[in-house]
Design a protein around this ligand. Structure first.
Ligand code: HEM
Ligand code: HEM
Length: 181
């Protein structure tokens, strides 16, 4: 498979970027307005996140389309790291809340992990591991807030490259071949 180059990004990079971006923006905006959809989409996107991380490890990070100030390059790098780590930890901490909390996991109606129903009061769910569920809950919310800020910064950066610097950073992520800056 062709790898990412300065001139053109590979199909896996482009497809995984936009697929994961759409799901994350949707889940960050809608929060838990539809819990079943939230948990199902959030769990499935984890598979694509893992594929992307393997792909990134094999390919390395993207090369910038042209030379920028060192500061700008460092900011982009830090942003990409936070985004990649955030896309991994958000679904994992979400799974902690549900599974460790005893709520089970069903993905689009398919029961993957059973609920842990309290035999004394069947409306209740008993946590499998309360501290793990608490850690999950706490970090899921913090990570969601960090991601909102980072995604906004990231989008602002992409728009700056496109409209102010007028370089090919965004066009390249949209699949275009760039032979010059
Ligand atoms: C409208 C929304 C978005 C736009 C316009 C956008 C644009 C871009 C562009 C142009 C690049 C390439 C940067 C470069 O060449 O150095 C990029 C890379 C990246 N973006 Fe986005 N992005 C968006 C949303 C997101 C979201 C929501 C996430 C994470 C949840 C994300 C995560 C990443 C990551 C991790 C990279 C580094 C390259 C990679 O691993 O694929 N982006 N983005
Ligand atoms: C993968 C991307 C995900 C994103 C972007 C995301 C985002 C969010 C956001 C923004 C909230 C609201 C946080 C707040 O109240 O401040 C939330 C809450 C929640 N999420 Fe996720 N989530 C994701 C995955 C998951 C998964 C996979 C699960 C479980 C299987 C899950 C379970 C929950 C639960 C149970 C809450 C409610 C927490 C509470 O208010 O007690 N999430 N999520």
């Amino acid at each position: 498979m062709t790898k990412d180059s300065k001139q053109q990004l590979s199909l896996p990079t482009i497809i995984l970027h936009w697929l994961i971006a759409v799901v994350f923006i949707y889940l960050l905006i809608t929060e838990m307005s539809q819990p079943n959809l939230h948990k199902s989409l959030g769990s499935i996107v984890l598979i694509f996140v893992l594929i992307r991380i393997i792909w990134r490890l094999q390919n390395g990070w993207l090369q910038p389309v042209c030379r920028y100030k060192k500061r700008e390059h460092q900011l982009a790098k830090a942003t990409h790291w936070i985004l990649i780590i955030g896309t991994l930890l958000l679904p994992i901490t979400g799974l902690f809340i549900s599974i460790a909390g005893g709520h089970g996991l069903s993905i689009f109606g398919l029961n993957v992990v059973a609920e842990n129903i309290d035999p004394i009061n069947t409306h209740n769910r008993l946590a499998l591991n309360q501290s793990l569920a608490n850690v999950g809950n706490f970090s899921h919310k913090i990570l969601a807030n960090i991601m909102v800020i980072t995604v906004l910064l990231h989008i602002a950066g992409a728009l700056k490259h496109h409209f102010i610097d007028r370089d090919k950073t965004l066009s390249r992520m949209l699949g275009k071949f760039t032979n010059k800056i």
